[in-house]
Design a protein around this ligand. Structure first.
Ligand SMILES: *Cc1c(COP(=O)(O)O)cnc(C)c1O
Length: 367
């Protein structure tokens, strides 16, 4: 069978190792496995959400309200916008795909930082487009602008603020200066999957979404319930842009693209801001322990504005070996070797989880 030629150059996305796989490969009991690899909320979901999902379980046979009226209305209030500015997706992943399919084809190019969210490239290639990346691993607006000027066929630009998997975040005023120079026919995707964390840590990184999309008709902002809101398993995210763009993106959405239970979970999660804010506070409190640990153990880290920290190793230490050692002890983290980096990305866990990480790490290094 011959498949669509865009599939030839495509690799399947390798998600963080699921717990079940480690159980099978290393014979470790599931209860002894600790996953700090997918940037999930280590506290779980809000208790209010869990209760609401239980109550909603009897509606599993019903399709959700496909207008997602209640969720859009709640999001519209949160961002001081209209429901017409919002599209809901099965994770913000799905909106990335919609945005690319709305703009790119085999004649276009898609621009991004060298080391950023892998799905931009995968969905990008599905459209047949060429992928352009900067030399620097982290976002560099000068380099991005340089590439933008040299290539006239750029259909979509991605800015991940803060960036996964490195954790750095551009200042909003620099992003605005960059956007001022971009043609209105080029779509700029601002991925705010971890924006709640950045806004908490540093006002200079916070994005006023209402202002952003009113100022730039060619920008779409993406948010998700998978990270700070603790709903990774429910698959719910959203895109915010001017009503005209949202109208076009809806042509690509299949009906009932999120589930009845996800819809309920997202609505309740949004109402429990206390849970979100306390999760974020805990995250940055615990992150300090990783920074101190890195200093004590002679490796570097990237200043993080999100819920993970990227540890960078000198040549004398091999990050992949460390990741393998931890995996054998039941600790799953993310090795960044596939990005050409001698580095590890660790999701900040609960206090107990982080203590286990440090102890396991230290005991091994002494062996
Ligand atoms: C997690 C993540 C997303 C979206 O995840 P969904 O679960 O699909 O909402 C988007 N962008 C980045 C950078 C992420 O890390």
């Amino acid at each position: 069978m011959q498949y669509n030629e865009v599939l030839v150059g495509l690799k399947t996305y390798e998600a963080g190792k699921p717990i079940e796989l480690v159980v099978r490969e290393f014979g470790i009991e599931a209860k002894d496995i600790m996953k700090l690899a997918s940037n999930e909320n280590p506290r779980g979901s809000s208790p209010l959400v869990i209760e609401a999902i239980k109550q909603e379980a009897g509606k599993a046979h019903l399709y959700p309200d496909d207008s997602y009226y209640e969720l859009k209305d709640a999001l519209a209030k949160k961002y001081a916008l209209q429901s017409a500015n919002i599209i809901i997706g099965a994770g913000s992943d799905q909106i990335i795909s919609f945005a690319l399919h709305a703009k790119a084809n085999n004649k276009s190019a898609i621009l991004m930082a060298r080391t950023t969210f892998a799905m931009y490239e995968i969905y990008g290639k599905q459209t047949g487009a060429t992928i352009l990346k900067t030399e620097s691993h982290e976002h560099d607006l000068n380099e991005l602008y340089d590439l933008y000027q040299k290539n006239t066929n750029i259909a979509v630009i991605f800015l991940c603020l803060p960036n996964n998997p490195l954790g750095e975040c551009l200042d909003t005023k620099d992003v605005y200066d960059f956007l001022d120079k971009i043609d209105k026919n080029t779509l700029v995707v601002i991925d705010g999957a971890y924006q709640e964390y950045a806004a908490y840590k540093d006002k200079n990184k916070a994005i006023d979404v209402q202002n952003l999309i009113e100022k730039y008709e060619n920008v779409i902002y993406l948010g998700t319930f998978s990270k700070a809101y603790g709903l990774g398993g429910m698959r719910c995210g959203y895109g915010i842009a001017n009503a005209g763009m949202i109208h076009e993106l809806h042509k690509l959405r299949s009906p009932f693209n999120i589930t009845t239970l996800s819809l309920k979970a997202a609505i309740i999660a949004l109402s429990d801001q206390e849970f979100v804010q306390s999760s974020i506070a805990l995250n940055f409190e615990q992150m300090k322990r990783y920074e101190a640990f890195a200093k004590q153990n002679g490796f570097d880290f990237i200043q993080s504005y999100t819920n993970f920290i990227t540890l960078r190793y000198p040549q004398t230490q091999n990050a992949t070996q460390i990741a393998t050692m931890l995996l054998k002890k039941g600790i799953i983290i993310r090795d960044l070797a596939s990005y050409g980096l001698n580095a590890l990305r660790v999701t900040i866990g609960t206090s107990e989880q982080n203590t286990r990480f440090f102890e396991t790490y230290t005991n091994h290094s002494r062996q």
